[in-house]
Design a protein around this ligand. Structure first.
Ligand SMILES: NC(=O)C1=CN([C@@H]2O[C@H](COP(=O)(O)OP(=O)(O)OC[C@H]3O[C@@H](n4cnc5c(N)ncnc54)[C@H](OP(=O)(O)O)[C@@H]3O)[C@@H](O)[C@H]2O)C=CC1
Ligand SMILES: O=C1O[C@H](COP(=O)(O)O)[C@@H](O)[C@H](O)[C@H]1O
Length: 491
């Protein structure tokens, strides 16, 4: 066990949707990893809850198979798996009936009413309300209870407000943990460390010194098995409304007075409220929608988006690029170029801060071109931070300048495994720390900016442009930034 790992108090985690894809691929492996690192104390219990009629033993078999499939060979350690599996239980409940709820109450109460109790809603948002009400009606809420809610939180402002109202009728805001798994990524937290634990950047972190910011979240995968959900959402709702706007907020927010949940979230909220509106008058200039066509990925040829759909037709975007601006003193006139898409050339997510060029060069032409400094924060792959600097080419050949990078890849620098975002977030719930979770007003403010873009696309009839799978998106996305005399950063 690393000396930095502090065990948390014992807890009961009830995972509604405990037999689903999210539980299988992410939640169970994340909790197992925390045990492996020595962070779970006895008598912690993880209780799967969904309609399927399973015994505790059958659920343990399900979980063992999930760990076998989703852990690396050296992470699957028989003795550790055995210990983990012993902490698993299962209750069959239906959100829409009273079946099973008394059993769940009995199991929880057996663990003690003072024990930390977390309910994770890894189910479709349509049953968030029904489950919340059952939790209340069957008196499962104790002083130590929190609820965790997965995305999507709505498909527009009105539905997000409805969902927040529904959950808010049962739980207080301090009990509600709205997950955005990007906030649990190591580099995203490092962004705050970089900005607020160094004297170096903050004085330069404004429109006087920063030329522009780029945020790219590129995926090489396509729809996988999520066509039903994705085709009703699209890239703007699926990635921009939540993950990308959260990244933008962390880059752009003022310095919070401390790391408390509300201090950080107050500052993020101000950024969301300061985003300049995109309207039918400017939407075609400021946004690009794309949809992938047949092409190639690392594994060989891949189908186009429409061929993956049963209906064979759709105007849903699988790519979006936006030139956003923040209307405040710190960021006036600094464009934030954002882009995200599926079936792009690589899985690559990064934030690039490009500083302004030096105001005057004292070097003659033989020194070569002086490039603007860039700070690159890599989310994936190879999480890390890179700072480019101009230096003199070594040797006696005169003053020739070269652009070099101070490059730090966290896993190499610290020789540690990069933990999955869910590992951090699941335990922040236990620790009752909401700093990396979205507050209601943030989610709604994000929709307040996104909704008009969706409406503007409809109103001007802006359809997605085709792009070949395995590329960086439609040519119009390149034009979006090149019109301003800038280019997308090439990883
Ligand atoms: N999968 C992922 O990677 C991600 C998922 N999410 C979100 O997480 C949520 C769950 O997703 P995912 O795991 O993929 O979905 P799945 O469809 O794989 O799983 C749904 C789960 O809900 C249970 N369930 C369905 N109806 C009821 C009911 N009436 N009462 C009790 N349990 C019920 C199902 O079990 P049973 O049939 O036995 O009842 C199953 O365990 C969704 O909101 C999704 O958008 C968010 C980010 C990523
Ligand atoms: O929330 C989502 O995120 C994933 C991308 O997450 P990452 O951690 O693999 O970068 C995306 O594939 C999915 O469509 C979206 O719903």
């Amino acid at each position: 066990m690393s000396s930095q790992i502090i065990p948390v108090e014992p807890f009961d985690y009830v995972v509604f949707g405990g037999t689903g894809d999210l539980a299988e691929r992410k939640l169970l492996p994340a909790l197992y990893h925390r045990q492996l690192d020595g962070q779970l104390s006895k008598p912690t219990r993880i209780i799967g809850a969904s309609r399927s009629a399973l015994t505790h033993e059958e659920y343990r078999t399900f979980a063992t198979n999930a760990l076998k499939e989703h852990l690396k060979a050296d992470e699957y350690q028989e003795d550790q798996v055995k210990r983990f599996i012993e902490s698993l239980f299962y209750v069959s409940v239906d959100a829409k009936s009273d079946n099973g709820w008394d059993k769940l109450k009995q199991l929880l109460d057996d663990g003690g009413k003072d024990k930390i109790r977390a309910f994770y809603l890894a189910v479709a948002p349509a049953i968030f309300g029904a489950i919340s009400e059952k939790i209340r009606d069957h008196k499962l809420i104790t002083k130590q209870t929190r609820i965790v809610v997965e995305k999507p939180i709505g498909k527009d402002l009105a539905s997000a407000m409805d969902l927040n109202d529904t959950i808010g009728k049962v739980f207080r805001e301090e009990q509600i943990f709205r997950i955005d798994h990007y906030l649990g990524k190591e580099t995203v937290q490092n962004l705050m460390a970089l900005r607020f634990a160094n004297a170096l950047y903050e004085p330069l972190w404004n429109a006087s010194h920063i030329d522009h910011v780029q945020i790219t979240v590129a995926e090489s995968v396509g729809l996988e098995s999520r066509a039903g959900y994705y085709d009703t959402a699209g890239a703007l709702r699926d990635m921009v409304q939540n993950h990308i706007l959260q990244l933008l907020c962390l880059v752009a927010m003022e310095v919070p007075t401390n790391m408390s949940a509300d201090a950080v979230r107050d500052e993020k909220l101000k950024v969301l409220n300061a985003l300049k509106p995109i309207t039918p008058a400017n939407v075609e200039k400021l946004t690009v929608r794309g949809q992938y066509r047949a092409g190639a990925s690392a594994g060989g040829p891949v189908k186009g988006y429409l061929e993956e759909l049963e209906s064979g037709q759709s105007d849903t975007e699988t790519f979006v690029a936006i030139k956003a601006e923040i209307g405040n003193w710190r960021w006036a006139g600094v464009p934030f170029y954002i882009r995200t898409g599926k079936r792009m050339a690589a899985r690559m997510s990064e934030i690039v801060i490009t500083f302004k060029p030096i105001p005057h060069s004292i070097f003659d032409e033989s020194a070569g071109r002086i490039e603007a400094n860039q700070l690159i924060i890599r989310l994936q792959p190879n999480e890390g931070v890179k700072q480019s600097l101009m230096i003199k080419d070594p040797g006696p050949g005169g003053m020739r300048l070269r652009n070099v990078s101070l490059d730090m890849t966290f896993s190499e620098a610290f020789n540690v495994r990069s933990a999955d975002a869910y590992e951090r977030l699941l335990l922040d719930v236990v620790r009752n720390n909401q700093t990396l979770f979205m507050r209601r007003d943030e989610v709604e403010a994000a929709w307040r900016w996104v909704d008009p873009i969706l409406k503007a696309w409809d109103s001007v009839g802006q359809k997605p442009q085709g792009y070949t799978a395995g590329t960086w998106g439609p040519s119009q996305a390149i034009a979006l930034i090149e019109r301003d005399g800038r280019t997308w950063h090439e990883a």
